[in-house]
Design a protein around this ligand. Sequence first.
Ligand code: PLP
Length: 458
Amino acid sequence: MRIVYRDFFLFEMANRELGENLMNDQIKAADINSSGHLQIGGVDALTLADKYGTPVLVYDVAKIRDQIHRFRNVFEQEHVEYEVSYASKAFASVAIYQVMKQEQAHIDVVSGGELATAIKADFPMEKISFHGNNKSEAELSMALEHGVGTIVVDNFHEIDLLKQLIADSSKRVNVQLRITPGIAAHTNSYIATGQVDSKFGFDVDSGQADKALRELMAISQINVTGIHAHIGSQIFDVQGFKGVAHKLVQIAADWQEKYDFHTKILNVGGGFGIKYSADDHPIHPEDFVRAIIDVVKKSAQESGIDMPAIWIEPGRSIVGPAGYTLYTIGSRKDIPGLLPYVSVDGGMGDNIRPALYNAKYEAVLARDPQAQNIEEVRIAGKYCESGDILSDRQPLPETHPGDVLVMLDTGAYDYAMASNYNRNPRPAVVFVENGRDQLVIKRESYDDLTHLDLNYSL
Ligand code: PLP
């Protein structure tokens, strides 16, 4: 007898408790409209798919604003000076920078390209921090020319470049000094950056960080405003943040004693985890922030330094949960005894994370996110790679070609890492707020794909 996976799934379902809720728990009742369709920011997902085509990445802007407010509120309640700096590598575009400007938020950029986008968005330059382990001379000049608020200095080569670039001017530059705190967060090892063996920042134990501070303090035009550390990404545990907060205070106290350096800012970086799938159990933003504040307050008091301002740099947690990628289902392949492949019109070109990090996502059908699931499938992309699988085990109701499938929580590091692999155009991006939608990044056309190509004539 041939047992296809779908039969097995139905058998399993029949044995489960009656009435068990198999609905995706990232979907709330408010996300479903009177037609039973998924709605995003008050707009029907099917209408969005119809209007903009698929694949399309849709952001619920209210969710973005809400996350920023949640981080901020705790600092306000605790009367602690702070900055919530959106790590825009998670998703950079003119429109998102404009939302950040409306929110009077601070942003991090990591390249001349992100900085150019922020300039185009008319984002206030003094509210930008410039990160990176190999900023070029051109990028540093650009940052200085535009008056970027903070350069997060990462290595000795960068100190030399900065010194040369400001030598013939009267420019004053605020810098934070990035250290590697020797703390590895409990996270996927591909994205852990806090451990000693990291390409980012100055090592503390070997004395590199001390040497960097001395060099920076010797340059009269440079004002070292703070100490920075970032321990990784998609972190679900407050211990790592408590550890880094404590370590930063210890370093600040040591440097105060040794060099009479008084830090104004401790920057604990980003990395606050979000819920991509049922296996993820993130901590509320408020709890992360409260834990960090508690440690800094207590350690600062114990070690006799003035309470510094605390900066955090959330990226994923601000835009991740606000993003929804809408795909259209096309072909299907059933293999006896194995999970079927259901293919969509996007894939690793608009979301490399499953192929790169084995990242998990969940998906629902736009026409009925509450529909009873009848099988588990693999959601395959359309790219010519066997590894182009967006989800390796997704429960779904019966699906048909033409159905709109919505992948949830795709707002961070998806479009930001998008490529034109197989010469597929990158998708459109749409912002939705208060029941209204607006195109903020156009879908690439085939002309866009070839506009940098030149004829060969040799
Ligand atoms: N800050 C720094 C220095 C980073 O390198 C990163 C991400 O790599 C972030 C903040 C943002 O991390 P996340 O998006 O996980 O919050």
